[in-house]
Every structure is written in C-alpha cells, then in structure tokens.
Write a protein that binds this ligand. Sequence first.
Ligand code: ZN
Ligand code: ZN
Length: 345
Amino acid sequence: MLAVQLTAWGSEPELRDIPTPQPRGTELLVRVRAAGLCRSDLHVMDSAAGSFDYPLPLTLGHEVAGTVIGAGPAAERGWIGENVVVHGIWSCGACRNCARGRENYCLRLRSPGRGVPIGNGLGHPGGLAEAMIVPTARFLVRTGSVDPVVCAPLADAGLTAYHAVREHRDLIDAGSVCLVVGVGGLGHLAIQLLREFGAGRIIAVDNRPEALAMARRIGADAAFSEVRAATADLDAGADLILDFAGAPGTVGPAGAALAPGGRLVVVGSAGGRLEVGKDVGLAAGWGVTAPFWGPRSDLAAVVELARRGVLHVETETYPLTEAVEVYRRLRAGGITGRAVLVPPA
Ligand code: ZN
Ligand code: ZN
C-alpha cells in the first residue's frame, strides 16, 4: 500500500510502497478515506534526531477518517464496516486521568508533543496511507454518513478547538465577550462553536486579511488585525480569550485584556509569554490554561455537531500521492483551512 513516511529526522517525508498491515489481537484495520495535514507534522519532521522517541520510518497522519475493514482475533468484530474517525491519543485507559475521562492527560503519555509516542502518526504508524492499524476500538468514534473529508480534521483541529471552548462553557452566555486570536484550522471552528454555545459577542483577531474575511463570514461580530485594537473599545475586557497563535505579540496583550474573572486559553505554541501572579496587573480572578488536544468524549461531541451541520470545516482536498508537495505548500502558508489527503479509491 502507499504510505507517506518520515525516513530521516530533519527531512521531508517520502511516498513509499509498504506491506499492508494485518490486524492482530484486539487491533482493527481501517481503510483510510481521508487524512488531514497538521502543522505539528512539520514540527516532527523538522526535529533533530533524539527529540522524539519515535521509531523511523514513521507513517505520518494523526487526523484520520475511514472504514473498519478488518479485526484481529480478540477485537470487537461489530466494528467491521463502520465508518470511523480515529482518536489520536492512544491512552492507557487505566491511570487516574483516563479514569476521569481526561485521556488527553494520560499519565503514561507524559510530555505530550515531545518524547514518548502519543498515537497514530505521532510515534505509531499513522493514517497518511491507504490503511492503518488501530490497537483497540477504544480509539474509534463512529461517524455514520458524515463525509470523511469533514471527519478527518475533526480528529485534531476540531477536537482541540472543541475541548478548548467546552471547558469554559460556564463563561459563555448572551452577555459574554469572547476573543478568538488566530483564525486558521482551529480558530475558524472555535468561532462556530462559540456561536453554537450562545456567546453574545465574538471578536476575531488575525493579521491576514483573508482570515478576517473568513471570520466574519462564519459568524464573528467583529474582526481586527491586533489584540490591542480588538479590545481597545471594550468597557471591561473579555470574558474568554482563545489564543490559537500563542505568539509573543498575542499572549501578553490577551492577558492584559481579560475582564475580572476572565480566562485566557493558550492553544498555540509560537513562543508567547505571560507573567502571572497576584498584583502583576492582571484582572482580579484571572485564569490561564494551556489545554492539550482533547478526550474521546469531546471527539464524539464534535462529530455530532458536524453531523447536525452546525460545524462547517474549511478544507482543501488533494490526492494522497501529492502529500510531499502539499506539505511544502502548508509550510509556505499557502493553505487556508485544512488540507485533507484522499487515498486512491
Ligand atoms: Zn495536529
Ligand atoms: Zn492513562
């Protein structure tokens, strides 16, 4: 089968012909129908040897939708024929965070983003291929008749945005002032989720004019090129600020723009810093969180929103065989929304 594999650290991936894996034990074999490209793939491929404890060659792809076509002897055969999206956090299922339904903070996957393998495409063979193995049905969510090209980006872009918003629903109501900083693959979904959850005022921030146009189109009440300009006219600051950039020019100004009791959610990791503490100029009752991805229950919820047509995912579709070129385009900033690759039928 065709697979997009990283064969050396600090290099581009290659399209290779490899044996189709066979499911063993509790494993399920998924025929891939769509797989999204993520900027974190670029971070993995750019890394020096030793940064990640991932065996090479590694098939990339942590946003995967497809159909279960095979099962190992100990697997639940009822999954065969089901359309699914793969939850990319292959948690232990037994630690205290897994028991709480917070598998994205599984204690066996400490130091996420670096070090130990997390799941498909991030240490284990991923879904930028014609087929992939999933160790257990615990990492699958049924998608029914929802288009796989829509479902694939839900595995990371959708799930991460949903989790970042959902944890702060107590702050989202008709009176809320919410800021979404960075209107890309995640931010454009966050705007729609805030709208769905009933946020009163949604203000988008991005330095790209085309992103601001998209923000207005999908439901932002206002759009600005900078955090300071976006918050200058607010009476009392913002209740909830979702920073999908996490850059030096966004995190600090966002922290300063919180209303009393407000929260800053830093999702992007572009090197922004914020000094926190009592009496350092932040609003009373400030909160700052830095969520990582999301649990399976949130993936099921975001799939349900897509099924109901509440969530519109901006995608660009390409054949799997063009993966190397599409990664180049992603790196150059030439992709708006999410690039999704489709294997040959
Ligand atoms: Zn990702
Ligand atoms: Zn665990």
